[in-house]
Design a protein around this ligand. Sequence first.
Ligand code: GLA
Length: 387
Amino acid sequence: MHDQPLQKLAQHYRKAFQAEPAVTVFAPGRVEVLGNHTDYNEGFVLSAAIDSGIYFAIAPIPGNTCRLRAADLDAETSFPADNPEVITDAPWAAYSMGVHEGLLAHMPQPIAWQAVFCGTVPRGSGLSSSAAISMATARAICTIADINPDPLDIAKIGQMAEHRFAGVRCGLLDQLSSLCGKAGHLLEIDFRTFDVTPRPLDANTSLLLVNSGTTHTLGDGVYNERRSDCEAATEAFASILSHPVKALRDVSMQEWIDHHAQLPERIAKRAAHVIGENARVQDAANALQQGDIPHFGFLMFESHHSSMVNFENSCTELDQIVQIARQTEGVLGARLSGGGFGGSAILLIQTESAERICASLDAAFQNNLGHACLLQVIHPADGAHVI
Ligand code: GLA
């Protein structure tokens, strides 16, 4: 799977720098299987690193200038190793620069480097290409600088880059999933303790990604609006309930039922989604352990419904995809994956029927949406690593 992009990367590196890289790294994108907008509410998520991602080839160089190239764009930029600044003419470089800046605190002295990256995750498909860029950059710089920060610190550096350069106040789901992925496993992540527990995915069950073709941009404010709504809900419950409420994680569904009428309607609906998602993730993790895959799938459909009516972060195309999936034999569950407002849906399917399911979905999408959707069976993959 790595052969083609690695070849492209090596060729580009040689041509640009007339040298060989010291280290090449792969960092995967991620799918969110269950647990939507729960990460920044200190809740629970089931996710998986995927076998598409970012390839990053790097070598240390003398001096104080970092040179970064994007092979896919055939573009280059550079910045001072000891003082990276935000550059507006190369927005594609901002994540890597932000990560370099964040890692300076972990280095005995600033290190200069030259690097090329390329990717196999379509931008805007909801698979976290930007987190994969950040985590690939971080792994690569840590390797040449011979430093070993805690994965949580690395994830937070990537998150900061996202907050600063994309203006999206994201949680840590994308970065932690890209770092901690385990082949053949879903990751159950607790965003209060940051415990990551790999849960094996039954070989009879596969994940199928459907790229709606509707590009999502979370940078236009909708993501941050949802986050603010959740903060408003947290504050409201903290003043209503007698026990401490630090995040929506601390509110149960029964408490929501008892008190939601005291909240503005929109804020109450946002809270219902997050509280419901936290419960669904825990329920699903148990179902997975007990081999109750149909129940897991049911919870995915419930999650999507809650996104539609409570969190209002779906879109017509994703709703149609989930609806079609629901009517397709062999599909066990389906929901939007990630921030929402476009991007991809993730389906849980019977492995043995994958071919038939894909053919049937493909025909239904062409008929009902008027265009094809990209279908890709996802193999949960290992987290960011040196190749
Ligand atoms: C985006 C963010 C994540 C997470 C998801 C929704 O992917 O980057 O931090 O909040 O949306 O669950």
